[in-house]
Design a protein around this ligand. Structure first.
Ligand code: GDP
Ligand code: MG
Length: 219
């Protein structure tokens, strides 16, 4: 059970993180880089989305690929010939602003216009940790079950846009993608939600258009 001391320590950690996140944001802005935190469970389609966006967006994209241990995602991005920095968190189930601060010297901010940060596969731990990005995208897939959004309200409360992925598999797994969209809108009525299939390409243009809009709103 929590006591007062442990709650205070948690608050201190979150406040220290917010301060570093602000410094990261300043770095992004000074370099004219639009930064996106991509959050979702293991297997929801984060790396697949990045592969698609690299193929289809005109922007100069860079990636930080967070993972608990492996370098597999970084290698998938490397194969697309864009700058990528792999970031292993060890036992930690989320990235934080301090890890991003340390990764940034290895990211060519001068040469890119968008930085996508693939967070560690998890829908719970990243919620409290702002990385300094302009937009946080949460991606869930129908194969996680159509109660996924309602079970994870905190992550959607802090998101700027959401994606319901793998709609091509909805019938096969008996999931209702529209219910997932409705649940997200109930938790956070302000965010755009895109139904998507990275297999068929459905929704990908809508996602690209949203990033373009967020980018132009920032400028
Ligand atoms: N059928 C289908 N499979 C997908 C879709 N998106 C991703 N996948 C597959 O789901 C698996 C996990 O995807 P990945 O991008 O590695 O997920 P990550 O762990 O969130 O980075 C891979 O085998 C992908 O090919 C989709 O929209 N439809
Ligand atoms: Mg991945």
């Amino acid at each position: 059970m929590h006591n007062v001391a442990s709650i205070e320590i948690e608050q201190d950690i979150i406040q220290a993180n917010d301060k570093l996140a602000y410094e990261n944001r300043t770095k992004f802005d000074e370099n004219g880089v639009f930064a996106v935190d991509l959050v979702g469970a293991v297997g929801s389609g984060k790396t697949s989305l990045l592969e698609k966006l690299i193929d289809e967006m005109d922007d100069d994209i860079g990636v930080i690929a967070g993972d608990i241990l492996s370098k597999f995602d970084a290698q998938r991005i490397e194969a697309k010939k864009v700058p990528v920095k792999g970031l292993n968190t060890g036992k930690e189930c989320h990235l934080d602003a301090h890890l991003i601060e340390h990764a940034l010297p290895d990211v060519p901010l001068d040469d890119i216009s968008i930085l996508f940060i693939e967070n560690v596969g998890n829908l719970i731990c990243p919620a409290d940790f702002n990385l300094g990005v302009h937009v946080r995208t949460v991606i869930i897939s129908v194969t996680e079950g159509d109660d996924t959004a309602e079970k994870h309200p905190m992550i959607f409360k802090g998101a700027d846009m959401a994606i319901v992925n793998k709609v091509d598999l909805a019938d096969a797994v008996g999931a209702d993608a529209d219910k997932m969209v409705k649940d997200i809108k109930t938790i956070n009525p302000d965010i755009p939600v895109v139904k998507c299939s990275l297999k068929t390409g459905e929704g990908v243009q809508e996602i690209i258009d949203l990033y373009k809009k967020f980018q132009s709103d920032k400028n």
